[in-house]
Design a protein around this ligand. Structure first.
Ligand code: Q46
Ligand code: ZN
Ligand code: ZN
Length: 321
C-alpha cells in the first residue's frame, strides 16, 4: 500500500472519508461509530427520549431520514416510520419506493399517508390553489399530518432527520432577519404542549456529508435527487454561503449552530413560551390551533376543490419567475 494513503484516526486502517472539522480521517467502521456517538450525545444532551419511548420517524426517502431511522433501530429504540406521499411527480414515486424497500428489507413498521388519496390534493395543486410557493403548502401539510399520526398512534415523539447543515442554514436565515420567535423555537427538541407531540432532531450534530457516508457504508439506498420544488429557494443559498465559510474555516458551521444552542437559546427561552400560548382546537379536525379552523383544514378546502395541477406546470412557472 502506498505510504501516503490516509489512515483512520482510530484504527490506522485506510480511511474512506476525511472530516476537516474533526481534523481527522476515518475508516467505514469508525465513521459509523462516530455517527452513532454524535446521535447519542444529542439525544442525551437534549434529553430527547429514552428506549421506553415509542418514536415515529418522518421518512422522506432521503439520506438523513433513512439514516436516523437506521441508527435509532440499531441503538435499540422503538422506532416506526411515517411516509407522506406529497404527489410531486416522479420525485415522490421514487422516494416512496426507497422508503418502502428500506422498511420491507428490515421488517420495520411503516405508516403511509398520501395527500391525493387521503385528502384530495397534492403539493403542486395546493401551491397553485393557495398562490403560495410549494414549500409553504408542503411544510404545513407535513407538520399537521406528522403531529396527527403521532397523537393518533400514541407515539411519544416525532423524530426528523434534520442535520447540522439544515439547522445551520435555518439559523442563518432567521438571524439575517432577526426572527426572534423562530429563533426561540429553533431547538433540537420541542416538548409536547397544547396537543402537539414532542419533536426531536437527533442528527443535529452530523453534517449531510457524514449522513451520506453513513448510508453508503451501511448499504442504505436513498433518493439522491433533491425535491424539484427546492430549486431556487433561500435555504439552498444559505447552505452554499455556509459551505464556502466552512471551506475557509473548518468547524465554523458547527460552532455557529452548536454555540447558538448553548449560548443564545437560553436567553430566548421566554419568547418560546409566549409563542405557544393561547391554543384552542380546530372546529373541523380537532387539531390544536389559535383560530376556529386550523390552517390545514383551510388548505384542504382550497386545494381539494381545485383541478389537479401537474408538477411540470409549477416547475415551469418557477423557472420563468
Ligand atoms: S419536499 Fe416539500 Fe421540501 Fe419539496 S416542496 Fe419544498 S418542503 S423542497 S424538504
Ligand atoms: Zn478505523
Ligand atoms: Zn383542522
Amino acid at each position: 500500500m502506498p505510504a501516503n494513503v490516509s489512515r483512520c484516526r482510530v484504527c490506522k486502517e485506510p480511511a474512506v472519508i476525511d472530516l476537516p472539522r474533526h481534523n481527522a480521517h476515518f475508516c467505514g467502521e469508525h465513521l459509523v461509530q462516530l455517527c452513532n456517538r454524535q446521535m447519542a450525545k444529542a439525544i442525551e444532551d437534549w434529553e430527547m427520549f429514552t428506549p421506553q419511548d415509542r418514536l415515529l420517524v418522518a421518512v422522506s426517502g432521503g439520506k438523513d431520514s433513512l439514516a436516523v431511522w437506521d441508527m435509532l433501530v440499531a441503538a435499540g429504540y422503538q422506532a416506526d416510520g411515517l411516509y407522506l406521499g406529497l404527489g410531486i411527480g416522479e420525485y415522490s414515486d421514487d422516494s416512496g419506493g426507497y422508503v418502502r424497500r428500506f422498511a420491507d428489507e428490515r421488517g420495520l413498521k411503516l405508516i403511509t399517508v398520501d395527500l391525493r388519496a387521503d385528502y384530495g390534493y397534492d403539493v403542486p395543486t395546493a401551491a397553485v390553489a393557495t398562490k403560495r410557493v410549494p414549500c409553504s403548502a408542503c411544510g404545513l401539510s407535513k407538520r399537521h399530518l406528522f403531529d396527527r399520526a403521532a397523537v393518533d398512534g400514541g407515539y411519544d415523539a416525532v423524530v426528523t432527520g434534520h442535520n447540522l447543515d439544515d439547522e445551520a442554514a435555518v439559523l442563518f436565515g432567521n438571524t439575517l432577519r432577526w426572527e426572534i420567535d423562530y429563533l426561540g423555537r429553533q431547538l433540537p427538541v420541542l416538548p409536547a404542549a397544547n396537543g402537539f407531540p414532542r419533536k426531536c432532531k437527533p442528527l443535529v450534530r452530523l453534517t449531510e456529508r457524514e449522513t451520506a457516508a453513513y448510508c453508503l457504508i451501511r448499504g442504505i439506498d436513498y433518493v439522491v435527487e433533491e425535491c424539484p420544488m427546492a430549486a431556487g429557494n433561500r435555504h439552498l443559498a444559505y447552505k452554499e454561503a455556509l459551505n464556502s465559510i466552512e471551506q475557509q474555516s473548518p468547524g465554523a458551521k458547527a460552532a455557529f449552530y452548536l454555540n447558538f444552542l448553548t449560548k443564545m437559546s437560553p436567553l430566548l427561552a421566554g419568547s418560546t413560551a409566549a409563542a405557544r400560548g393561547d391554543v384552542g382546537t380546530c372546529g373541523r379536525c380537532g387539531a390544536p390551533t389559535t383560530g376556529d379552523v386550523c390552517a390545514f383544514c383551510r388548505l384542504i378546502e382550497k386545494s381539494s376543490t381545485h383541478e389537479a395541477v401537474p408538477v411540470e406546470f409549477v416547475l415551469d412557472k418557477r423557472i420563468r419567475r
